[in-house]
Design a protein around this ligand. Structure first.
Ligand SMILES: *Cc1c(COP(=O)(O)O)cnc(C)c1O
Length: 492
């Protein structure tokens, strides 16, 4: 491509067939504009001199030959075409997209925070001490006896937890084949169970949106390895019968698994361990503030009760006679990730927990619950069920929830999660989180209510005010093209 030529445009095959090509309609607030790639703005070919062998070097290199202000403007502009928690609320239900305070980044950026995991225990006592403290504090928050920090995401925590359950049953010569999951569960629950080699038994919810005890009893048997549950559930409702549920599961010899993604509503108020759960994961990137989404690093530690502690991944951290040390738990399921997973996420989580303290964490949950119930009370869409904990699920009614969500983008706010859980038709699953003020929640309600009053044609045509209009989300997920080559570069 020649210098300053601006012809290359992305192919249209990630866009719905009847939509205009992407970026042709690109608009961002200050009018119609397409932001070219740096390489489309200006290219410059440089001769390369290197002392490396010819076989691994090139003679020439073509790079964008731009001055610093143009580069700065390019990236600023791209960031403005995007939407994140620092633009406004991000009420994506189940995801807990709270604002992440900057001081945790400062702590994680401390030069002494990054230490090579293969150094000897004696050379990284600070790292091990931090891990030990986080294990301990997470255990106390969840009411669990032992915690491993190793799994790198919530889903990885679920998978690890089920491997622990499996190892435990097998250790007791008790082969079990099934994992029971309510129909309101997050998709990762059945997926993790299947990956761990279990048959998934789905149970319907009762009319009040909670676990149907009769359906649960009918599904439980000697084959039940575990029941996976989140509480409050994905409708934001607390499972009041949790003690009975725990009893039913334990009576058939099964284990109770807690999907901890919704822990943001319970901090300092209630503990899964006290409710009878045996295994849980913590989405530290959701509850304890690390930027997440878009596949960014998270961390999904798991906690277990005493009788499962010897099955945790290897290595585990303990305090020995000579200081903190790594060791292999007696019946360990093995390693699920390199040592400490996404280590700096753990540093941020502990910083966040310490800064908040007991009272601060309680306040997080109280405000998260208050905000969800306040917003639910302000919107015109029907909101079945309630009262809620950290999130609520509204129904878009006659509207298509996905269209309504696209339209909300035109009002400058991020839409909620849509079409799940399926218990509510055309679901708008909304979690405002504790970091929003009343004013922000009122703004959100204005956007919800404006969209609620609009007709289908308007919704189907949305969004109009965003940098890219409708993209084919399925194709984007299944056939991601993450290289600039795919956008019309001169070599593949
Ligand atoms: C986010 C979430 C998960 C999975 O966590 P990841 O860290 O995204 O893998 C599991 N269950 C629920 C309810 C969730 O919201």
């Amino acid at each position: 491509m020649s210098q300053q030529e601006e012809t290359a445009r992305p192919d249209a095959d990630t866009v719905e067939a009847d939509a205009a090509p992407p970026y042709e309609q690109a608009r961002y607030r200050d009018g119609d504009r397409y932001e070219p790639l740096l390489s489309e703005k200006r290219q410059q070919t440089t001769t390369v001199e290197s002392s490396l062998p010819d076989a691994v070097t090139r003679d020439e290199l073509t790079l964008p030959g731009l001055r610093e202000p143009e580069v700065a403007r390019h990236y600023t502009r791209l960031s403005q075409m995007n939407y994140g928690i620092e633009n406004g609320p991000f009420p994506l239900g189940s995801c807990t997209m709270k604002y992440n305070p900057k001081f945790t980044e400062d702590v994680a950026a401390h030069p002494k925070a990054a230490i090579h995991p293969r150094r000897a225990d004696a050379d990284q006592q600070g790292v091990l001490a931090l891990m030990h403290r986080l294990q301990d504090v997470l255990g106390r928050i969840g009411g669990m006896d032992a915690v491993t920090l190793q799994p790198p995401a919530g889903a990885a925590g679920e998978f690890t937890g089920l491997l622990v359950a499996k190892a435990y049953h097998e250790h007791n010569d008790d082969e079990r084949t099934e994992v029971v999951v309510p129909d309101s569960a997050h998709g990762t629950n059945p997926a993790s169970a299947a990956m761990a080699g279990y048959d998934v038994v789905t149970i319907p919810s009762a009319e009040d949106g909670r676990v149907d005890l009769e359906a649960l009893e009918a599904a439980l048997s000697e084959e039940t390895a575990a029941l996976m549950l989140t509480n409050p559930n994905t409708l934001g409702l607390f499972e009041r019968d949790i003690e009975t549920i725990a009893e039913l599961v334990h009576d058939v010899g099964g284990l109770l698994y807690y999907d901890g993604a919704n822990l943001n509503s319970l901090l300092g108020k209630a503990r899964p361990g006290d409710m009878g759960f045996d295994i849980m994961h913590y989405n530290v990137h959701k509850t304890f503030a690390t930027p997440h989404g878009g596949g960014g690093p998270g961390q999904g530690p798991i906690g277990v009760v005493d009788r499962l502690a010897s099955f945790l991944p290897d290595p585990h951290v303990r305090e020995g006679d000579g200081g903190y040390e790594r060791y292999t738990p007696e019946h360990s399921v093995g390693r699920v990730h390199e040592f400490s997973g996404n280590w700096l996420v753990l540093v941020k989580a502990l910083a966040y927990i310490i800064r908040h303290g007991d009272e601060g964490l309680e306040n997080v949950s109280e405000t998260a619950v208050l905000n969800a119930n306040y917003l639910a009370s302000q919107i015109d869409y029907e909101v079945p069920f309630g009262p809620f904990h950290h999130e609520f699920v509204a129904s878009a009614g006659e509207q298509d929830a996905a269209d309504a969500a696209k339209r909300m983008l035109d009002y400058g706010v991020h839409p909620p999660t849509t079409k799940w859980p399926e218990l509510v038709s055309e679901a708008l699953m909304t979690e405002p989180t504790e970091t929003e003020t009343k004013g922000r929640l009122d703004d959100l309600a204005v956007a919800f209510n404006a969209v609620a009053a609009e007709d289908d044609t308007t919704l189907a045509d949305a969004p109009n005010q965003t940098a890219a209009r409708r993209i084919d989300q399925t194709a984007a997920a299944r056939n991601p093209r993450l290289s600039w080559h795919a956008l019309g570069g001169d070599s593949e």
